[in-house]
Write a protein that binds this ligand. Sequence first.
Ligand code: PEP
Ligand code: MN
Length: 338
Amino acid sequence: MIIVLKKTATEANIQHIAEKALKLGLKTHISRGVERTVIGFIGPEDKLQMIPLDTFPGVEQVMPVLAPYKFVSREFRTEDSIVKIRDGVTAGGKKLIIMAGPCAIEGEEMLLSIAKKVKAAGANVLRGGAFKPRTSPYDFQGLGEEGLRILKAVSQQVGIATVTEVMDPRDVGIVSEYADMLQIGARNMQNFSLLKEVGMIKKPVLLKRGISSTIREWLMSAEYILSNGNFDVILCERGIRTFETETRNTLDINAIPVVKQKSHLPVIIDPSHGTGRWDLVASVSKAGIAAGADGIVVEVHENPEEAVSDGSQSLLPKKFELMMHELAAVAKAVGREV
Ligand code: PEP
Ligand code: MN
């Protein structure tokens, strides 16, 4: 249930409602939009039915939220949310967010060199994994905390925001100390303990769609984060498992306009994991932007042959630069900019 407030509602009116809810054991979240201010409730809502909320001063309408996810839904917030990653770096507005970098952080020199190149080509966020979710326990698992230290050092030298994956609820604190944004990987999309944990921090979260998850399940996972208090969530379509074998995954272009209809959260695509093939990355990126995605996250490596992970889907920096020119043209055609 949400409460839509009258344009004339005062701060005191809002406080009055919040205090009443608190007495019933519910927390409130207030969304102040340009068109309307809405109050949402966190907790056992059935208790609210005991009080006539529509008689409270400042209340225009008491509305049930029909979607199973409520804070994530367009019913709760009609305008697009803009998520701030760092000063001057946002996702969800007119400007696209471009995240680029290696699959895994392999060392400081390599990351520094890639960071400089992707930034020069127009990326605003550096990606790179320090904790890697690998199918085989014998594959490279990431540099761990040393990787995080490298990420932060490079970020400071180059002046670029960062995103890196967190796989374990116990690491949320340490990853938050080093990175501007935390990534929840596809394999952890339904790790509910992890979702609750990142719901309690004050850093933005990049939530990837699970390998075999429906859009509804994905949005429910986002709801875990928002309902724990963190509204700074960016969704990422990274391809789903289908019967097709030409590509590693099938990037679900449909998901972009579907999510845009159902939610106010920004949505980006990951054409690297979505295809598994560097030669398809530019085409799929352009398709994603044309379909309304708010940006991309793409893997870039200077020597893909030697990459410790995902070399075959990584772009050379030069190819990334070329792709950025093409993306700029598509962005312009759909009223966006890079
Ligand atoms: C990654 O970004 O390197 C990654 C492992 O992604 P996903 O969780 O989408 O597979
Ligand atoms: Mn990867």
